[in-house]
Design a protein around this ligand. Structure first.
Ligand SMILES: [Zn+2]
Length: 562
């Protein structure tokens, strides 16, 4: 038994030993929910809770298999276990969820549920019923399998450098070497390796766009964008708001971003900034070395969390002891980082590829923010409410990055401390233009689903021209035009990106609050830690993969895919 497993979360409706990977044991539970009489509001509420428990158990099974696979993508048994769940269990569950949702929506008792408690839940279920189409189930399965193929291709990318085989995540650290020749050599090797799979990834993406457009048409939408806006429950803003956000970024952030780059160019003393000049220290200092091995990384982060709040320190300690962290980069491990929530046992898990860079510190603080959120929501009985509306998901994590940045002295002193702080804040600036690029790209892609690969490339390059930096890609045009292939979200969670921009603004506000009054950010008016009660899902940051120094972090699958 893990230190934080809790008898309060024991199964009530689902039999304790029921195997959530075996359809013959799952099906009777759906049947029981279908058949159970619901005669009053109390019975409806219990029915909702039991349905929620079943969803949590299935979600936990899914996440267990996903985590095991991503920790070792070259293990066939793990891959098969994951594919079995995605291919055999989930497609059978989907129509059954739909039937339960329909039963809820058509129940006259629904209107008698306490509005304050159920309004958001109700809106969600009604939307799910409106979107569901039986014929989309196999298409969604196909889509998930394509994403898995994409991940496998990325996970297998390695190069030979300095006498050994290295993952591209491991190669990223050379982008911080003061020797420009080393940076260029390492950058070219990695970029060439990516190009070798360019065509297979284009092919996967073509198929995804066709599939998704079909899914949208089946559900009665003109295009996948409009479908996905509804599927993501974007009730409070429209595509027009997204365009306005892009324009605001173009007007206010992009000029600052380019000024920062221009200063970098001058400090480096180079005529043209090149793609391998973006991550190195502009004053020629060696890379920040915040830790030597992952044990040190987690121990120091633990201290930072404890300095923010003793409860956080204890919780992170519990995670270390329970083995809920897989931090170091190794061959066969999927790229990126994420925080997954095990919905039944209600505990977090952090996955990342640490190689000893400052960025790894930021990643662990970020995913730590998600993890604390997960722990803060443990006592909420309804699964739907243990997760957040997507726009708030990253506030806990991006907020944690900024709050923890006040305690970087655990890792650095003197000049290094100033440097780490500056790097972090410049990172916030560079986040916004990249978010605009990725979001605008997807709007275009799905509004023009019949586009050719050439048109796709043109659109991408136009957006880079509009929001991108000043670095010169001459001679590396193929790498420049296929850079989007590194953005995992385009494959796994289409249209999930503008949320990072909304959340980054929320995180900046949280940071402003704590600088003005420490108690405000942590205990703002709620019974518990308000930061932590900001509902956060296991996602990742919207940082640009503009140079090889930045490994895009992989988001976990949304719970509502169940
Ligand atoms: Zn995140």
């Amino acid at each position: 038994m893990t230190p934080m497993s809790d008898v309060r979360f024991a199964r009530g409706f689902v039999p304790a030993k029921a195997d959530m990977g075996d359809w013959s044991q799952i099906e009777p539970l759906f049947d029981a929910l279908d058949a159970r009489p619901i005669g009053n509001v109390a019975q409806l509420e219990q029915w909702i809770l039991d349905e929620s428990e079943l969803a949590a158990c299935l979600s936990e099974e899914y996440n267990t298999r996903l985590v095991e696979m991503t920790c070792q993508t070259d293990d066939q048994a793990r891959e098969q276990a994951y594919l079995h769940f995605v291919g055999e269990i989930q497609p059978r569950c989907k129509p059954r969820w739909h039937r339960l949702n329909q039963r809820y929506v058509s129940s006259p008792l629904r209107k008698q549920l306490p509005k304050q408690r159920y309004e958001v839940y109700d809106r969600r279920v009604v939307t799910a019923v409106e979107l569901f189409r039986e014929e989309n189930v196999p298409l969604q399965t196909e889509d998930a399998k394509l994403d898995q193929q994409y991940q496998k291709i990325c996970g297998a990318m390695t190069v030979e450098y300095q006498g050994r085989e290295q993952t591209l995540q491991q190669m990223a650290k050379y982008q911080q070497e003061p020797d420009r020749r080393v940076r260029r050599e390492a950058w070219e090797l990695s970029a060439q390796r990516r190009l070798a799979d360019r065509e297979s990834i284009e092919e996967i993406f073509d198929r995804m766009i066709r599939l998704r457009s079909q899914i949208a048409r089946n559900a009665g939408f003109d295009n996948f964008r409009d479908y996905q806006f509804k599927a993501y429950e974007r009730f409070d803003y429209t595509p027009a708001h997204c365009y306005a956000f892009h324009e605001a970024i173009e007007r206010t952030v992009v000029p600052v971003y380019r000024l920062i780059q221009e200063r970098r160019r001058r400090q480096l003393g180079v005529e043209r900034l090149r793609p391998w000049d973006l991550a190195v220290d502009p004053k020629g200092r060696p890379p920040l070395r915040p830790f030597n091995e992952v044990g040190e990384l987690s121990a120091k982060c633990r201290t930072v969390f404890a300095r923010l709040d003793p409860v956080l320190g204890e919780q992170f300690d519990g995670m270390i002891k329970a083995g809920w962290l897989d931090l170091e980069s190794r061959k066969g491990k999927a790229p990126g980082g994420y925080q997954a929530t095990f919905d039944e046992s209600r505990h977090p898990f952090i996955f990342m590829n640490a190689v000893g860079l400052h960025r790894d510190v930021e990643t662990l603080l970020h995913e730590g923010g998600h993890a604390f959120h997960c722990l803060a929501c443990r006592d909420e009985p309804l699964l739907a409410y243990r997760h957040t509306p997507m726009e708030m998901a990253e506030v806990a994590s991006m907020g944690m990055e900024l709050l923890a940045g006040e305690h970087f002295d655990e890792f650095y002193e003197g000049d290094d401390l100033v440097r780490a702080r500056r790097e972090q804040l410049e990172g916030v600036i560079s986040t916004f233009p990249w978010i605009a690029i990725v979001d605008a790209f997807q709007h275009w892609l799905y509004l023009h689903p019949a586009h050719t690969r050439e048109q796709r490339t043109t659109c991408w390059l136009n957006l880079l021209g509009r929001f991108g930096g000043i670095e010169d890609w001459t001679g590396y045009e193929l790498m420049h035009e296929s850079m989007w292939q590194r953005q995992l979200h385009l494959f796994g969670v289409p249209f999930y990106y503008i949320e990072y921009g909304i959340a980054q603004i929320g995180a900046l506000q949280l940071w402003r609050n704590i600088r003005e009054d420490k108690t405000l950010a942590f205990r703002d008016g709620t019974d518990r830690h308000s930061l932590l009660a900001v509902h956060g899902r296991c996602r990742n940051s919207g940082r640009p993969p503009g140079s090889d120094s930045t490994s895009p972090r992989r988001p976990s699958a949304p719970w509502w895919r169940r």
